[in-house]
Write a protein that binds this ligand. Structure first.
Ligand SMILES: O=c1ccn([C@@H]2O[C@H](COP(=O)(O)OP(=O)(O)O[C@H]3OC[C@@H](O)[C@H](O)[C@H]3O)[C@@H](O)[C@H]2O)c(=O)[nH]1
Ligand SMILES: [Mg+2]
Length: 606
């Protein structure tokens, strides 16, 4: 372009025009793209050349050639949102049918075994990016203080080991573990891993993939927002967990995995302490049913903040089974013959299974699909409007995408299914602070740190009950304004028991645990036989020790003290739970030598 044409083009943005001399040809090209896309406001405040030149140049570092496409999509989506266009226009929703698993029955046990056999062909992907307000560094439970990330890693390692024992191809593959981070979580996650020696995983097994944020939008014309703290920067916000697919695609890992003979990729989220109870059996379902996509689900309460798995059938005959996000389910239902919207049916639950956003994808078809799409996931926009005229936003918005929308581009031949499991077994996310948890409609899950921790004790108690242990029934207690069931505080390391058939081999005879008890099993070969526990017991042992635990163990135990979440004298990770343990008395044993050890009829420790 000759210079007079250039300056004509820029005459609509005089402040920019007078600065053209300090810009490189590439920067001028980018500026042109911005003007062509209605972004001249970004330069209005630019002073004359010689003032803040460094800042002006740095403004371009953030920009990419993809911005034009982003703005174009944003304009279209914002226009649709303004007129209230139904994103599912032409589709009618119905309740899909999937696989149902019942903990402990023959089929469940079979599926778990199958899942363990498949596990050495799996890779795990944790999405832990975004704003980072929910952290994998939080304790999953406070009996042992183990954080979510440690529990996830130990679960993957336990699966890996169990899988090696039964692998038909004799494989000793290490299960890759990928964590998607963001600028807000990357260094904290890296630090947590390094300072804990990767919680026992080989550092080469773990890969961090960092997602970038995307440009914010100030209005319906998709005018980009400037950072309130730096007017030479565009404000950015997270793009959603859907980025995980394009990051995986461009990482080159998928090819490596295929070459290494892997078959499955399992995606999961940051703070569901029950998740690994569900993994072996659902991986077994994927393998048995040959699902390309298997979404894990639990019964869903109407209006619960989890998406509904829905069958969408188009007027033209197409249909798909897909997550409809929780904020879209009610309007979709109302618009399509369900006048009451998102309500419970006679079972007391929504007829639509709740998506827990744990996806199991078959690697081969996944990679083929990504080769077509590059991993791009259909975007959406969710502006918070100031009023019903929908002309301005309360705060800037941005385009987002969700990992569970992956099946939307799949051909009708793809085998897309889902697996429904008991809530107590599989889902207890920690995502609401105490104030928000207290506002949850009565009868719906709180999704708080309190309910998340209590759910772990309940699940472990129920599993032991089903294995034949007489675990005393829970008491109801109000913690941080939430009524929860308090079961005995039972925890164990994944290497002690990953699947039900293993756990059953570790308990025998007549065992009892009282409600006020605490039991933490940290060793691998700890066998519980004719044990009666009424108090606190912590048992740790080296892997090649075999500890036989029995007899009567009674002590004053650990009591639970109420803590108010507003009490800032207590560390935040404790007060968000509404209680802390007073460790009055316990029996704590650590066996460091190999060999058989019997622990029976222990005397009181005092
Ligand atoms: O940009 C992002 C946003 C989020 N995330 C991660 O994604 C996970 C979920 O975060 P969100 O808060 O967006 O998800 P929500 O809990 O609101 O809903 C999600 O889980 C429950 C399901 O029923 C919903 O369908 C699903 O979208 C977290 O692990 C978070 O760290 C990213 O990695 N990047
Ligand atoms: Mg969300």
């Amino acid at each position: 372009m000759d210079s007079s044409v250039v300056s004509d083009f820029f005459s609509s943005a005089p402040a920019l025009q007078s600065n053209l001399g300090i810009l490189s040809p590439d920067q001028i090209e980018l500026a042109k793209i911005l003007l062509e896309n209605g972004q001249s406001h970004l330069f209005l405040h630019w002073p004359e050349p010689g003032v803040c030149d460094k800042e002006k140049l740095s403004f371009f570092e953030q920009l990419s050639w993809r911005l034009a496409a982003y703005i174009k999509t944003a304009k279209e989506l914002l226009a649709d949102s303004k007129v209230g266009k139904n994103p599912y226009d032409g589709f009618s929703p119905s309740v899909p049918s999937g696989e149902n698993l019942t903990f402990g029955d023959e089929n469940f046990i079979e599926m778990e075994k199958r899942g363990v056999a498949e596990a050495s062909k799996a890779a795990f992907v944790l999405v832990a990016g975004g704003l980072g307000e929910r952290l994998v560094a939080l304790p999953r439970e406070t009996t042992t203080g183990t954080c979510f990330l440690q529990h996830y890693i130990e679960s993957i390692l336990a699966l890996q080991e169990a899988s090696h024992k039964v692998a038909s191809d004799g494989s000793q593959r290490e299960i890759p573990f990928i964590i998607m981070t963001s600028d807000d979580t990357h260094s904290r996650t890296q630090e947590l891993l390094k300072s804990n020696s990767y919680f026992g995983m080989k550092p080469t097994q773990v890969h961090l993939l960092k997602q970038e944020k995307v440009a914010c939008l100030d209005d319906n014309d998709a005018r980009l927002a400037l950072d309130p703290h730096n007017k030479y920067k565009i404000q950015t916000k997270p793009h959603g967990h859907g980025d995980v697919h394009s990051l995986l695609y461009s990482s080159g890992l998928l090819d490596k995995w295929l070459d290494a003979g892997l078959k499955w990729v399992l995606f999961f989220q940051d703070t569901n302490g029950l998740l690994f109870n569900a993994i072996p059996a659902s991986l077994g379902v994927s393998a048995t049913k040959q699902y390309h996509v298997n979404s894990l689900a639990v019964p869903r309460k109407a209006k619960e903040a989890i998406g509904g798995i829905t069958k969408l059938t188009h007027a033209d005959g197409r249909s798909m089974v897909i997550n409809v996000e929780y904020n879209q389910l009610d309007p979709l239902l109302r618009a399509s013959g369900f006048p009451d919207g998102d309500v419970n049916c006679e079972t007391g639950y929504s007829p639509f299974p709740g998506n827990i956003n744990q996806l199991i994808l078959e690697l081969g078809p996944y990679k083929e699909e990504l080769q077509k799409t590059g991993g791009a996931i259909k975007e959406f926009v969710n502006p918070k409007y100031k009023d019903s005229t929908k002309t301005s936003f309360k705060s800037s918005t941005r385009l987002e995408c969700m990992m569970q929308d992956y099946p939307k581009t799949l051909p009708p031949t793809a085998r897309v299914g889902f697996t429904v499991m008991d809530i107590w077994l599989a889902y207890a996310p920690v995502k609401n602070n105490p104030e928000d948890a207290a506002k949850v409609p009565k009868g719906n899950p709180y999704h708080s740190a309190t309910s998340g921790e209590m759910a772990i004790y309940r699940a472990n108690s129920l599993i032991l009950q089903k294995a034949g242990v007489k675990v005393e029934e829970p008491v109801k207690q109000v913690l941080n304004g939430q009524e929860v069931e308090v079961w005995p505080r039972i925890t164990w390391k994944p290497k002690w028991g990953m699947i039900f058939s293993d756990i059953k081999t570790k308990v025998c005879g007549h065992c009892e645990v009282s409600q006020r008890s605490t039991m933490a099993i940290l060793g691998r070969n700890v066998l519980i036989e004719d044990l009666c526990l009424d108090g606190a017991l912590i048992i740790d042992s080296v892997d090649d020790a075999e500890v036989h635990l029995g007899g009567l163990i009674r002590n004053d135990g650990w009591t639970m003290e109420n803590v108010d979440y507003k009490d800032t004298s207590v560390p935040e990770e404790i007060r968000i739970r509404g209680f802390r343990f007073n460790k009055v008395e316990q029996l704590e044993k650590k066996f460091t030598q190999p060999g058989k050890i019997a622990v029976v009829d222990l005397p009181r420790v005092k």
